[in-house]
Design a protein around this ligand. Structure first.
Ligand code: GLC
Length: 749
């Protein structure tokens, strides 16, 4: 036995080193390695303190999917904007940049990407996720994770699993079939583990079929660790763990943040600061609980103001034999395994680059690629260079829509809003007027404080006009009358911990309608965190969805509106006409009754439902226009073994300018014995072509695309029969079909 006081010998072979370390650790030290502690710098979102005695370094974790929080960093666009580009290479680039920013900020772990399926458009965190479709989500999740980890940071796949709404998120139980889990909610996590070897997975707040995700043995141990062979660590969502012993035995490895809420660094909260100044003899937890109780969500974790359930109480449970010490060793081993894999033990990590200029360029490129041109009548867009006058209208049109509210918030060093972006773009050659039209929308991204701030969030009030007046729609209408083109920038106010309305907040719908009544041409730019209702859609000439474009908002808006880039985005979520058109349109399904959300729609999520029920969407999944035109020819389908089929399509840009298109391939059984969606996305590719250019894309369809999960057999199954291959530009714009026969029924692993 080496002298236990001798610092770890970095030359010791990795696995031997880890085993040697575990041998030397006391139980108390092991326990301290599997729950969070206080980061002395106060910048880590989650922090596992070092074990100085053995030379074990700290492990520092930081949010989030759109950039590094709590420091000045690149504010990348919303994840749904990245998803709208339908480009796996771009997802990899985005991941790599995020990883570099994390390391540049001095952390080791990125608490992202998040890729819960957008089951309901009201989900408040839709902006932080990718899509309603598991194939698109899987491809993007895999590439983003690979990018983050190739940059040298540990990625965290979140939130495992079926965390599909914010309302009652701490307690709601997703009552969901295994088939829907396997076909819809698990695939992106499965891909992140099996294809990208993700270093950590975050267990969600909610329950799944009555068991909390943090203590769900089937999900954490049977599926994730045994079936998918996951060798990283499972971290809880923040204050998500309710029962330490149950969680430890079920497969949770690390409890975060591991400190009571009133000891966690809640920025700008007067109550938090007050409690912090009290002497330790004070019952701080009780006081904090009292102060926060008016704002605590229903079903909030009772341990919010207590010590970690993976702390002293777990150590006692081990000593009482309720949790084997070998189980604790296994958790430490998983954490150490990732620390070793990413060079943290040997202080051998890349430097990274925080707030790097090349990341600002990437943020712009991702947002431009994610811009979706929903409507463009009379070729209103792109705007011409020789316009005499433009009116830019909107309550927040002068400020960049950086992101949504909550843990994904990022503070960029600089940002540019649509008004400045357009003014900069026309460069004095065109008069650009501005009118707010209606009161500013209070942006949750910019709200101050946290859960202990007595519920008061900063706001800059009604947002007076430049002349100090309360904005009037009349001013905006008058401006619209005067100019050649009116650009109305609307936004919503999505945030974590609350679900979102599909209606624009404030009087924005009235503003658009009144302006459209008088304007020569009206262009609406939507900065929204997901689908919205558009009662004015038929009254305006053009609509562009740019989601939350991040710090480069103004440059993105201008370059898309003036055609410097072709809006290559395609919708990763369906925009329905009415709330009732969506699959989870009953209270039982969403938000649930008695903290139970019935996933009664099964696998019929998103366009799967719209197709199966033949409901016409406002804008379908995969929809997006271009400034040029494309034709598909020479579509051919070859059956094979692996891949199951290969689709070849020749795409030609038959327009007058360069542009981008996304070729989409769907598969659907022609006469299924089991209820199955009419078509499901199986492959896609984004192509850029000069005017007159053409390319032939080859898309591989794996056998899983033909399969459904048979709960009775507990296996993926491809029934014999005919399958249609749909090739098109959206779920509702199919340009070619082909039929393939699958003749053998072979259970798939
Ligand atoms: C939050 C979020 C999670 C985030 C974590 C740390 O509640 O659910 O996405 O990474 O806590 O901020």
């Amino acid at each position: 036995m080496t002298d236990p006081e001798t610092p770890m010998d970095a030359a010791v072979p990795t696995s031997e080193r880890i085993e040697s370390l575990i041998d030397r650790l006391t139980l108390e030290e092991k326990i301290d390695l599997i729950h969070g502690g206080i980061d002395p710098d106060g910048l880590a979102t989650g922090y596992v303190p070092p074990v100085e005695r053995l030379g074990i370094p700290a492990l520092s974790m930081v949010d989030g999917p759109m950039g590094v929080r709590d420091v000045t960093a690149t504010a990348f666009p919303a994840s749904i904007a990245l998803a709208s580009a339908w480009d796996t290479d771009l997802a990899y680039e985005q991941g790599e940049a995020l990883g570099r920013e994390v390391l540049g900020a001095g952390h080791d772990v990125l608490l992202a990407p998040g890729f819960n399926i957008v089951r309901v458009p009201q989900c408040g965190r839709t902006f932080e996720y990718y899509s309603e479709d598991p194939h698109l989500s899987s491809r993007l999740a895999t590439e983003t994770v690979e990018g983050v980890q190739d940059a040298g940071a540990i990625a965290t796949a979140k939130h495992y699993v079926a965390n599909n709404q914010e309302q009652d998120r701490h307690a709601v139980s997703a009552e969901v079939s295994e088939r829907a889990l396997r076909e819809i909610y698990l695939p992106a996590f499965e891909a992140a583990v099996e294809e990208a070897d993700v270093g950590s997975v975050m267990a969600a707040y909610n329950q799944i079929n009555g068991t909390y995700a943090t203590e769900h043995e089937w999900l954490l141990s049977d599926v994730l660790k045994d079936e998918w062979d996951f060798d990283g660590y499972v971290v809880s969502d923040w204050w998500a763990t309710t029962d330490g012993v149950a969680a430890a035995n079920a497969g949770l490895d690390v409890d975060m943040p591991g400190v009571p809420l009133h000891e966690w660094h809640v920025e700008g909260s007067p109550v938090h600061d007050l409690i912090g100044t009290l002497p330790d003899s004070f019952p701080k937890g009780t006081l904090a609980k009292l102060a926060a109780s008016p704002w605590l969500p229903e079903g909030a974790n009772p341990n919010l103001f207590e010590e970690s359930v993976f702390g002293e109480s777990l150590r006692e449970a081990v000593e009482r034999g309720k949790v084997p010490e070998t189980t604790i060793d296994g958790k430490v081993r998983r954490v150490f395994g990732q620390m070793e894999r990413f060079g943290i033990f040997d202080d051998d990590q890349p430097d990274g680059a925080l707030d790097a200029p090349e990341h600002h360029d990437l943020a712009r490129r991702v947002a431009e690629r994610g811009a979706v041109l929903l409507r463009n009548e009379e070729a209103t867009l792109p705007l011409s260079e020789d316009l005499d006058s433009i009116a830019v209208i909107g309550p927040n049109a002068e400020t960049a829509k950086i992101g949504g509210g909550g843990s994904s918030e990022v503070t960029p060093a600089a940002s540019i809003g649509p008004l400045s972006g357009i003014r900069e773009r026309v460069d004095g050659g065109t008069t650009v007027e501005f009118a707010r039209g209606v009161e500013r929308i209070e942006d949750p991204h910019d709200a101050e404080g946290g859960i202990l701030d007595l519920g008061v969030s900063a706001s800059d009030g009604p947002g007076l006009n430049d002349d100090g007046e309360v904005p009037e729609i009349g001013d905006a209408v008058a401006a619209a009358r005067r100019v050649d083109v009116t650009v109305v920038v609307v936004q919503d106010d999505a945030t974590e911990s609350e679900d979102r309305s599909l209606w624009l907040p404030g009087d924005q719908d009235e503003l658009v309608a009144r302006v459209a009544d008088v304007a020569d041409r009206t262009v609406v730019v939507c900065n929204t965190g997901g689908p919205i209702r558009m009662p004015w859609a038929g009254d305006v000439e053009a609509i562009v969805e740019t989601w939350y474009p991040g710090q480069e908002d103004g440059h993105v808006t201008a370059s898309v509106l003036f055609g410097d880039v072709d809006p290559g985005g395609r919708l990763p979520v369906t925009f329905g006409r009415r709330i009732d058109d969506y699959p989870a349109a009953t209270e039982e399904r969403y938000p649930g009754v008695g903290l139970q959300a019935e996933y009664g729609e099964g696998v019929f999520v998103g366009y799967r439902h719209f197709d199966a029920e033949n409901v016409k969407p406002e804008y379908p999944f995969g929809h997006g226009l271009s400034y040029t035109d494309f034709e598909y020819t020479d579509v051919s389908v070859k059956s094979g073994d692996s891949p199951e089929a290969t689709v070849e399509v020749t795409v030609e840009n038959v327009g007058e300018r360069e542009g981008r298109d996304v070729v989409q391939v769907y598969v659907g059984p022609e006469d299924p014995a089991t209820p199955r969606p009419p078509k499901e996305l199986a492959a896609f590719e984004s192509v850029a072509l000069e005017a007159g250019g053409q390319t032939t894309v080859e898309l591989e369809i794996e056998s899983r695309a033909f399969a459904y999960y048979d709960e009775d057999d507990g296996a993926w199954t491809v029934p014999d029969g005919e399958y249609t291959i749909f090739v098109g530009r959206s779920a509702r714009n199919v340009l070619a079909e082909a039929s393939v026969t699958v003749s053998e029924t072979t259970p798939l692993e």
